[in-house]
Write a protein that binds this ligand. Structure first.
Ligand code: C2E
Ligand code: MG
Ligand code: MG
Ligand code: MG
Length: 291
């Protein structure tokens, strides 16, 4: 451990790093019992089609209510679960819970799809497509009610095996989305090698996409180019992190297919979604389902 020396400014920093590593190790060790004890829940954020402003589905987002620390960010604990290997059990729980909920909410009748984030660690398991098929059968859901969101992290894994998995999933009618597009490293290569249905544009591209912003013209051109790229490859484009209605107007004008973000709906706990779902899903096409 680092010694406290006033002449060595790094010592304090070392200690902080050690403390942080200890906290991470502690949290990582707590994950299995958190899963057993039901400390995880899923929240759901609505997704909309821009052409007719209809609800198309929800993205499920995991939440951990830690008994002492309160809410811990998935960005933090998903990475820990990936390191410890618990991501496989946790990921299976997430998939089951999201599909069970989609079934309970009559997604097939409402023509809605549940988007589930899948860790590259789980997606690249050889039997992943079988797991998905089994869960869909258990829940009585057609594949078209499920969308799986993966990130470019897959590139660092076995891309060929993952591509085969993606083909098998798509044969079940499941859609595959590339999440956080544009923020990683090998985006274009992934598009070339990995069978996909949807490109989700990372929310970093939304920040400047505001009429009046000094870099608006450039941000709009970039967004326009990404929409064209996706459509040229036969993919749908969904923008995430849409925080204002003026961004929404720009996206619609550019031909972006879908949108998701705080301007449209916050991620909400299941009971809140269930409460609003009938109104959201049955809005007549002459009116807008958008809030
Ligand atoms: P993601 O899949 O890209 O999810 C979108 C994130 O953006 C979510 O953060 C969501 O709450 C947030 N968000 C939604 N609308 C807006 C907006 O308008 N503005 C801003 N600034 N943020 C918005 P969250 O829930 O904290 O999740 C963060 C990341 O953690 C996710 O990014 C995903 O990579 C991972 N994650 C979340 N749930 C799961 C899960 O069930 N399984 C796996 N493997 N990863 C998950
Ligand atoms: Mg996602
Ligand atoms: Mg994303
Ligand atoms: Mg993200």
């Amino acid at each position: 451990a680092a010694k406290q020396t006033p002449h060595r400014p790094l010592a304090r920093f070392d200690q902080e790093l050690v403390a942080e590593e200890q906290a991470r190790r502690q949290l990582r060790a707590e994950l299995p019992q958190a899963l057993r004890q039901g400390q995880f829940t899923l929240h759901y954020q609505a997704q909309y089609r821009l052409a007719d402003q209809q609800l198309t589905g929800f993205e499920s987002l995991i939440r951990w209510e830690h008994p002492l620390l309160g809410r811990v960010s998935p960005v933090q604990f998903i990475a820990l679960a990936e390191q410890s290997g618990l991501i496989l059990d946790l990921g299976t729980w997430i998939l089951r819970e999201a599909c069970r909920q989609a079934s309970e909410w009559s997604f097939p009748a409402l023509n809605l799809s549940m988007a589930v984030n899948i860790s590259p660690v789980q997606f690249s398991q050889p039997d992943f497509a079988e797991l998905v098929q089994r869960v869909l059968e258990e829940c009585g859901l057609p594949g078209s009610c499920l969308t799986l969101e993966v990130t470019e992290g897959l590139v660092q894994r076995n891309l060929e095996a993952s591509a085969a998995t993606s083909r098998r999933l798509r044969a079940l009618g499941v859609r595959v989305a590339l999440d956080d597009f544009g923020s990683g490293h090998s985006s274009l290569n992934v598009l070339n090698l990995f069978p996909l249905d949807i490109l989700k544009i990372d929310r970093v591209f939304m920040a400047d996409l505001l009429p009046g912003h000094p870099d608006f013209a450039r941000a709009r051109q970039l967004m326009s180019a990404m929409v064209t790229l996706a459509h040229t490859l036969g993919l749908q484009v969904v923008a995430e992190g849409v925080e204002s209605l003026s961004q929404l107007g720009v996206l619609e004008e550019l031909g972006c297919n879908g949108a998701q973000g705080y301007a449209l709906a916050q991620p909400s706990a299941a009971p809140d979604v269930a409460f609003r779902l009938p109104a959201l899903a049955s809005a007549p096409s002459s009116e807008t389902a958008l809030p």
